[in-house]
Design a protein around this ligand. Structure first.
Ligand code: AMP
Ligand code: MG
Length: 559
């Protein structure tokens, strides 16, 4: 599968020192039909993929943080990122030359129910630019003011959710998991009123704008809406645009097409089946990444699913600290826990099914979509086995690993266990071919992973020790040398993730005017797989105060 990102083209060595020199190059708005009406009055938009809408200016933009890697990707001079003009542009107060701002029109299934038109209700794209590798990147301001799609809401975003989106986008990227990126986090100087827990306590909070960056922000819901409305012309145009601009390598393959199965695209037909299969594969790769690092998206509605298989729309997400497949941070989903950690692969599969239901309208070949969905399941299952074998230092997976892996999940819930620390420190548990290591020595490297060490007695302790001995025997069978094994385990089991309470501490400080922790965390999360001496405080298990604190273990969709 071709990789996304700066791998295909040679880098261009031009540095942008003035935002008016950003190389805008519209594709989405140039090719796809737009809404003729320029106002941001709330409305249903038919027959168009986007609406022209400028950001609404804010009172006093100041930059809290920016990502040096994303600046480099865009060829932005770092001095420019410190300028007032940078804050003005990425808060939406000044349009750089060439920008043609727009909001995209899409629908989606929310919590399993078809919700009709949603659209970018507070995200406004400035346009598409060419990055320094020659690849397209859309610059999108989240929280930039009302659009035709804002429905009853204000088009704004609060500082707390903006910090969470900014940090997590970059953390995810550095963990090696496909994601939209974040260039900047700018305070607007305006207050935004939110009822944080939807419990009748609205209060003003500081507002902010994040500039998100991705090759495309197209969602499953972009295809679902025209399909649901029976607008097959728009659906076909969108599919054609997406394949030719984001999946050009597929033009020339043979597979199901919009006009019938098995026809080569040389005669002008679109390889919809091959494309859907690739979307399934990329989506499987993304969710495997989440399951590996313990990320819970929180709102896996189909409008929050990227057609490129990128993690998108960081809302009430959370990081699994204690291993618990049933956990979700999203209080809005507390009753059914539809989007809980352990359910994410099934939910993402269901979302792909909804996408298939939209796309199948264009072809008479449902078999290609069934094959794509099967490909998702196979890719996920195969990937999961390989991933677990890699995380556990076994090298190549074996068919009989399943029992040991499910046994591991049992011991991880037998007493509250921090899954990040457990996997990371497992690499430090001694292994020998003769099983002669005393129990205490086996357990010692994992001591920090248990929230209640006093529970590690009796049957619980015996089961953990028995598992560790079986694990060690499998390690010996796997044949990786100690150094090689530790290196490989450390490359897939991060030391640093954006623990919920770490984000909240950074938010608390930033709300009091001190953005330094945001910048420090961004720096820590840049190297999640490295030991970082002196930064141990960012890799300890969740403190007791954070267990039930709003923002740490409980988040709503209010943002
Ligand atoms: P989300 O749950 O954040 O994915 O949002 C679902 C839909 O509601 C999307 O179409 C958003 O653009 C829209 N939305 C969320 N918050 C706001 C807001 N404050 N103002 C306008 N639209 C919003
Ligand atoms: Mg969304």
């Amino acid at each position: 599968m071709p990789r996304l990102g700066p791998t295909e083209n040679a880098s261009v060595d031009s540095t942008v020192t003035d935002l008016d020199d950003l190389p805008f190059h519209a594709r989405f708005t140039a090719v796809l039909p737009g809404d003729p009406e320029p106002s941001n009055q709330r409305r249903q938009v038919h027959g168009a993929a986007w609406s022209p809408v400028p950001p609404t200016p804010v009172a006093g933009p100041t930059t809290i943080a920016w990502s040096p890697e994303v600046a480099d990707l865009l060829g932005l001079d770092h001095q420019l990122c410190r300028s007032d003009d940078f804050a003005q542009v990425f808060a939406g107060n000044r349009l750089p030359r060439g920008a043609e701002p727009f909001a995209a029109c899409y629908g989606g299934h929310q919590f399993g129910n078809w919700a009709g038109q949603l659209g970018d209700g507070r995200a406004i794209a400035l346009g598409e630019v060419t990055d320094r590798f020659g690849n397209p990147q859309t610059l999108q301001l989240k929280g930039a003011g009302p659009t035709p799609y804002s429905r009853g809401a204000d088009g704004r975003a609060v500082l707390r959710s903006s910090i969470r989106e900014f940090l997590c986008s970059e953390a995810m990227h550095h963990l090696g998991i496909p994601t939209t990126r974040a260039l900047s986090l700018v305070l607007t100087g305006d207050a935004v009123v939110r009822d944080m827990l939807y419990d009748g306590h609205p209060r003003p909070e500081p507002g902010a704008v994040v500039c998100r960056v991705a090759p495309s922000f197209t969602r499953f819901g972009n295809f679902q809406l025209p399909a649901a409305r029976g607008d097959l012309d728009l659906l076909r145009t969108l599919v054609e645009f997406t394949i030719s601009s984001d999946f050009p390598h597929l033009l020339g393959t043979t597979s199901a097409t919009v006009d019938g199965p098995g026809t080569p695209s040389a005669d002008g037909q679109l390889p919809v089946g091959a494309w859907f299969r690739e979307v399934c594969e990329r989506t499987a790769t993304m969710v495997l990444g989440w399951m590996r690092v313990g990320f819970v998206h929180g709102v896996l509605n189909t409008d929050n699913m990227s057609i490129l298989g990128l993690t998108i729309d960081y809302g009430p997400y959370g990081w699994l600290e204690s291993f618990d497949p049933g956990w979700t941070p999203n209080t809005t989903d507390a009753a059914n826990r539809r989007y809980r950690y352990g359910h994410q692969p099934q939910i993402v599969h269901w979302n792909l099914l909804q996408l298939a239901n939209a796309l199948v309208r264009l072809t008479d070949d449902p078999a290609a979509f069934e094959a794509g969905l099967d490909h998702f399941v196979e890719t996920y299952q195969h990937g999961f086995r390989s991933m677990m074998a890699e995380r556990l230092g076994w090298g190549a997976p074996r068919d009989d690993d399943e029992a040991l892996v499910s046994n591991l999940f049992e011991i991880l819930v037998s007493t509250e266990t921090d899954q990040v620390l457990f996997f990371r420190d497992l690499a430090r548990v001694p292994v020998d071919a003769h099983a002669a290591i005393p129990d205490d020595a086996l357990l010692a490297p994992l001591a920090d992973a248990w929230y209640r060490p006093e529970e590690l007695v009796g049957d619980v302790r015996a089961a953990v020790v028995a598992w560790l001995r079986a694990w060690a025997a499998r390690v010996v069978d796997g044949g990786l040398g100690d150094d090689e094994r530790r290196r490989r385990m450390d490359a897939v089991n991060p030391r640093f993730v954006l623990r919920n309470y770490l984000a909240q501490e950074a938010i608390d400080l930033a709300e009091r005017g001190d953005g330094s922790r945001v910048i420090e965390l961004l720096d820590v999360l840049r190297r999640p797989y490295d030991e970082q001496p002196g930064r141990e405080q960012f890799s300890t298990r969740r403190p007791e105060w954070a267990r039930q604190r709003v923002g740490c273990s409980m988040l709503s969709c209010s943002s």
